[in-house]
Design a protein around this ligand. Structure first.
Ligand code: AMP
Length: 189
């Protein structure tokens, strides 16, 4: 494995399987998986300042303001410099992507791979409704999908222009998606 820290980003709608795939990749390769959604859910539970600011956004399916997200991410990665990272659910807006580039540049690294896990809205809805998280009510799920298409999907073009994008069909079984992601990892490592 090369010495330069890898930065993987898993992109895709809610319900695409980013969390499952991030966990699997971490278990199988040792890359550190970071879900900003998990960080926020933990912060809400612990009632930290970030959690208190984020709570209403999570419940309604809206995005937490960019500066709150960036502070959380910055704290997370600067305290773990030198590790390989796999982000899931971040970045989610153009401003986050640009701030992320600037942050990584300060550390002398950049985004190595962006993997888009593509699933249709119908499949996403079906999977999320079966999951039962508190922000998985049909109304909130619809809102999260709307937010994804409006604010996050444009990042596909942003990263495609940079030549770091790979698109994967996420409608298949967990292992076939995991294999495709693992291939991208092996090529980058
Ligand atoms: P997730 O677990 O990735 O589906 O995220 C759950 C919720 O956390 C989202 O609906 C947002 O309210 C919030 N969230 C997670 N990551 C971000 C992010 N990068 N930017 C803004 N809000 C986020």
């Amino acid at each position: 494995m090369g010495s330069k820290p890898l930065v993987f980003v898993l992109l895709g709608p809610p319900g695409a399987g980013k969390g499952t795939q991030g966990d699997l990749l971490a278990r199988r390769t040792g890359i550190r998986h970071i879900s900003t959604g998990d960080l926020f859910r933990d912060a809400v539970c612990a009632q930290t300042p970030a959690g208190l600011r984020a709570e209403a956004y999570l419940e309604s399916g809206e995005l937490v303001p960019d500066e709150v997200v960036m502070q959380l991410v910055e704290e997370f990665i600067t305290s773990r410099a030198g590790e390989h990272f796999c982000f899931d659910g971040f970045p989610r807006t153009r401003r986050q992507a640009e701030a992320f580039d600037a942050l990584l540049a300060q550390l002398g690294i950049g985004v190595s791979n962006v993997i888009v896990i593509q699933v249709s809205d119908d499949i996403a809805m079906e999977r999320l409704e079966g999951r039962g998280r508190s922000d998985d009510s049909p109304e909130t799920v619809r809102q999260r999908l709307r937010v994804y298409h409006e604010l996050t999907e444009p990042l596909i073009a942003y990263y495609r222009r940079r030549g770091v994008l790979r698109e994967i069909d996420g409608s298949g079984d967990v292992e076939s998606v995991a294999t495709a992601i693992r291939e991208a990892y092996e090529q980058a490592a």
